[in-house]
Ligand binder design. Sequence first.
Ligand SMILES: [Zn+2]
Length: 166
Amino acid sequence: MFIQQLRNFFLIVVIFASILLAYIWYDDYHFATNPLSKNIQNKIYQKHEELRILTYKHFNIKRVFPINISEKLDSNKFGMAVYSKDGQINIYLNKNRFKENENYMINDVIPHEYAHAIMFELGNFSKQNNGHPKKWQFICKKLNGLRCDRFVNNNDILIEKTNIFK
Ligand SMILES: [Zn+2]
C-alpha cells in the first residue's frame, strides 16, 4: 500500500516536472521566434523620444539615430553604435538581452549607445577607452544615462570610416 502511494506521488512529480519543462521550452521558443512585446517596444519608443528631445536641447542636433533590435549581435554585447561608410549612424540592441533585464536595456544601454551616436555626429571618432573618452561621458550624462562610467571594457562601437577622411 505504501509502495503504491509512493509510486503515485512519484508519477505526479514526473508529470508536473514535464509540464514545467515543456512550458520553459515553449517560452524560450516563443521568445526566439517573436518580436519584442508591444509593452517593451513602447518603452523603447518612449526612451527614443526622450533622447531625441535631450539631443536637440543639449547639442542642437535634430538628427534622429535609428534604434534597431537585432538577434545577430555577439551574445556578450548589450548594444552597439555603428558608423557606416555612407555616413549612416545606427544603434543596435541585442534582442536576447532584453529577456534578462529590460529596464537595464532601456535606461542604461540605450543612452550609452546614443551617446556614441552623438559622438559620431560631432565627428569625434576617439578610440580612447574603446570610444569612451571624457567627451562621451559628458554626453552620456546629459542623456540621463545610468551607465556612463568610462571603464567599460567592451567594444561596442564600429566605425567604417573609409570615406570620411578623403
Ligand atoms: Zn560604449
